[in-house]
Design a protein around this ligand. Structure first.
Ligand SMILES: Nc1ncnc2c1ncn2[C@@H]1O[C@H](COP(=O)(O)OP(=O)(O)OP(=O)(O)O)[C@@H](O)[C@H]1O
Ligand SMILES: [Mg+2]
Length: 313
């Protein structure tokens, strides 16, 4: 791997809790991010994704371990690191007093760019975010997707080599998500390193070259989406529903139908290389599901396999 732009070794973050043992939010994370790579942190609520992103972004100090961003230790070089990163936090923190163009302009000024530079960059980024016709609109009057696009555009004002995106598309409709994915692909094509968190498996599959699956502050698995699916799941998954009161009981009779059987509250998942054959076998055994679906394995299945829990509960 070329020299890493982000390198974490046994990275740890704990929070003091009154009257209780300290709470471990990030527990010994070790990972590297290569230049130009699109690296993801995939995990459920509370996994420690934002906490990790804040340490990478040099806005939160680590409790223990080593961290290097662009070769610099955030404990000593916080301002330098912050000036070279683009950051898209989980919650939009745009300036509601300013209009769309002014938000970009003022953020550039904050980084110390000249007025002329900021005006030029603001126009470029308005086009990039497809917000030209909203340039004079107040931030409060933008839709959620537009705010997200503006926050991403703002994060690019200093031409960062690394862009940190904490749940870039949470809460957006499918169309707005696809527009954002397209923008992020373009950045990737231009060589920007992307580090993003998500709990959308399809987003991770679309955008990440490599990812870590995180749960309760720990890395459960690491690899490309395809390699994780190969390693932890089967080629296909058959989903059958017999009704929530019957699933568990019937699942007992289905052991051996595929490589593995998992029971969720609303359905049974059968991991197999041939979903149709598995369905035929179930019918031969005398069970008739209310509904059935054969699909390719996804990162959701990887997560379920690793943790015994569904990613989105
Ligand atoms: N300032 C804080 N003080 C105490 N506990 C905190 C603090 N910040 C985060 N935590 C705890 O650390 C854990 C990890 O939080 P974090 O925000 O990193 O999760 P996340 O993976 O980003 O989750 P989500 O998907 O919900 O955004 C949670 O249990 C959270 O309550
Ligand atoms: Mg978070």
């Amino acid at each position: 791997m070329p020299e890493a732009v982000i390198s974490a070794r046994n990275l740890r973050k704990t929070y003091a809790v009154k009257g209780k043992p300290e709470f471990v939010a990030v527990d010994d994370l070790t990972f590297d991010v290569a230049p130009g790579e699109s690296f993801g942190l995939l995990g459920p609520n509370g996994a420690g994704k934002s906490t990790t992103m804040k340490m990478i972004g040099a806005v939160s100090t680590r409790t223990d371990g080593d961290l290097s961003i662009l070769g610099l230790d955030p404990n000593q070089y916080g301002p330098e690191i912050r000036s070279r990163l683009g950051v898209v936090p989980q919650a939009d923190n745009l300036d509601a007093e300013l209009n769309v163009r002014e938000n970009l302009y003022m953020y550039g000024r904050y980084f110390g760019f000249s007025g002329a530079d900021c005006r030029r960059k603001a126009e470029e980024l308005l086009a990039f975010a497809q917000l030209e016709d909203k340039a004079k609109a107040k931030v409060d009057h933008l839709s959620g997707g537009m705010k997200r696009r503006l926050t991403i555009a703002r994060g690019l004002i200093n031409d960062p080599r690394i862009l940190l995106l904490d749940e870039p598309t949470t809460g957006l409709d499918p169309q707005a998500r696809h527009v954002l994915w397209d923008r992020l692909f373009r950045l990737k094509e231009r060589g920007t390193t992307l580090v993003l968190t998500t709990h959308y498996m399809d987003e991770a599959e679309q955008l990440c070259d490599r990812l870590i699956v995180v749960d309760k502050g720990k890395i459960m698995a690491e690899g490309s989406p395809a390699s994780l699916i190969r390693e932890y799941s089967s080629r296909e998954v058959l989903e059958v529903r017999f009704g929530s009161d019957k699933n568990s009981e019937i699942a007992e009779h289905l052991q051996g139908v595929g490589d593995r059987v998992d029971v969720l509250p609303d359905r049974i998942l059968i991991y197999t290389n041939d979903g149709d054959a598995a369905l035929n076998r179930i019918v031969e055994l005398g069970h008739h599901p209310l509904t059935s679906l054969v699909r390719r394995s996804s990162l959701e299945d990887v997560f379920l396999r690793l943790t015994g829990r569904s990613l989105i509960e």
